[in-house]
Structure formats: C-alpha cells, structure tokens
Design a protein around this ligand. Structure first.
Ligand SMILES: [Zn+2]
Length: 273
C-alpha cells in the first residue's frame, strides 16, 4: 500500500532543484513535467505511519492513537526547546527519544520569505532548505543534541521568524539578504554557554527552483476537499506543485494519502485536426 501513498518529493541540489516523486511504483522526474498536465486522484483512504487506514487523519498526518502516543508526534517534535532525552527524562519513549535527540543538530538561517531561523538533524540541512523553498541559507551552529539547537533557536526567535510564510515564499524569489552579516549580528544574542557551538564555516548556499510562472492570487488546493486535482504544472518550489489557475498543492501535507498520479502532454489545438 505504501507504494501508492503520496510522500514528499525527493530533491537534489543542481543548477535548479531536481525533483522526483515516487508513487505507484514509478519514479517521476517532475521537472520534465513542467508545461504538461498532471493529475492526482485520491482514493479516499489515508494510511498512518503505524499502518492504520482511515478516511482521514486525526491531526498533522497521524491517526488519533499516534497523535497522542507516538514519540514522533510528541510536544518536543514541535518545540525542540522542550527536549529532555539528554537529561535522561522520558517524554513518551525514552529509548526512541535518546536515539533521535542525542545526535548532531544544526541551527541555520534561511531566506525563503524573508529571513528565518530553523533547526535540522544530521546532514539534512540542504534537503530541509529545498523542502522549505529557501533561496539562500547558511549554517549557524552545530550542537550535540536537539535541545541545544532548540535553545539557540529560541534565543534568535526574538529577532527573526521561525516559520516560513509559505504564501510569500510561493509568490516569487525573495530579495537577497546578506546572511553572513545576519549571522554576525545574531551571534551576540546566543547564550554564553552555547556560543562555543557557532560554526566558523560561512558558506552561503544559493538555491533556484524550476518555476516558469508564479501564482498571483494563491489558492491552496487539498485532496480532502477536491479528490481529483489536475491541471498544467507551471513550476515546483519547496514541496509545492504550482498549477494553472493560481493553484498550489502541498505534496508534503498530503503524505499518507493513497492516490494515483499521472501525467500527459498538452495536445496542441492544431494537432487535433
Ligand atoms: Zn497511527
């Protein structure tokens, strides 16, 4: 069944981000579909990561039980500053939490819709930035556990956003920001005991997306309301498919939707006769 569920697109950092979508046993090279028609047809069934099927999710892509019991949906997932595994304190499942939280984490600054601070685990930095539709990003700090990254994030949140304004992100390329200067300026706000983790590496990653046309008045479409979504693919940014009619479709927020995906060329009117 998992082969037929929507999953976030895989990304590769190239001249422009290269997207692939794995579904129905096929790996679709999405960049090649820009300028053609795509169709996503939802079966009416969702499947939670625990394997349970339902006609809808309870919250955030989880069934009721997982949302309230799974360590994947615990409070500290949404608020890393609440992580306590490094102190040996359990939230929902200490073994799982130790594995997940006590590992190198990175704090970064990214420019997707204006400057924001975020955190990421292991080497996921670039992937995370592409998923968020960031145009520029820089690593800020490397810490030995998730809690410290949450603490740094909290200290910077007073000065920069910690969420992406997705409407703004999808409305075009943001104005370029001097991330190096931002990093320098923000460094003074990091608590003394955490300053040792600030990275000396100041490489700025620039990211471009395959977009031929940005929407003007964004309409977000969802399979729950519209089980068949089809139209011309005009571009891809972050985890969003940009469709004709100013419509945008967030692939990631539909993870677990059992669906059928298809693509066809647009027939030129003249070729029909
Ligand atoms: Zn579940």
């Amino acid at each position: 069944m998992l082969r037929d569920t929507l999953k976030k697109m895989n990304t590769e950092l190239k001249d422009v981000v290269k997207y692939t979508l794995d579904i129905n046993g096929v790996t679709h090279k999405m960049n090649n579909y820009i300028g053609t028609r795509i169709k996503i047809q939802w079966s009416g069934v969702v499947i939670c990561q625990c394997g349970k099927k339902a006609d809808k999710f309870y919250r955030s892509g989880y069934c009721y039980k997982c949302y309230w019991e799974s360590p994947l949906a615990s409070q500290s997932i949404f608020k890393p500053e609440l992580c306590t595994a490094h102190l040996g304190i359990e939230e929902r499942d200490l073994e799982w939490e130790k594995e997940f939280q006590i590992a190198p984490h990175y704090v970064y600054l990214a420019n997707s819709s204006g400057i924001k601070v975020g955190i990421t685990r292991g080497s996921q930095g670039v992937v995370r930035w592409m998923d968020q539709g960031a145009s520029q990003a820089i690593l800020f700090a490397e810490v030995p556990n998730r809690r410290f990254s949450g603490d740094i994030e909290v200290s910077l949140k007073r000065f920069v956003a910690d969420v992406t304004n997705w409407r703004k992100m999808l409305s075009g390329t943001p104005e370029s920001v001097d991330l190096l200067k931002m990093k320098e300026e923000l460094t003074v706000h990091v608590p003394e005991e955490l300053k040792q983790y600030i990275l000396p590496n100041n490489t700025v990653t620039e990211i471009r997306y395959p977009v031929t046309q940005y929407p003007k008045k964004i309409k977000s479409v969802k399979l729950e309301k519209t089980p068949i979504i089809e139209g011309e693919l005009l571009g891809i940014k972050g985890q969003y498919l940009l469709l004709d009619g100013d419509r945008v479709f967030n692939v990631r927020s539909h993870e677990g939707f059992i669906s059928n995906f298809s693509q066809q060329e647009i027939l030129q009117q003249g070729l029909l006769f």
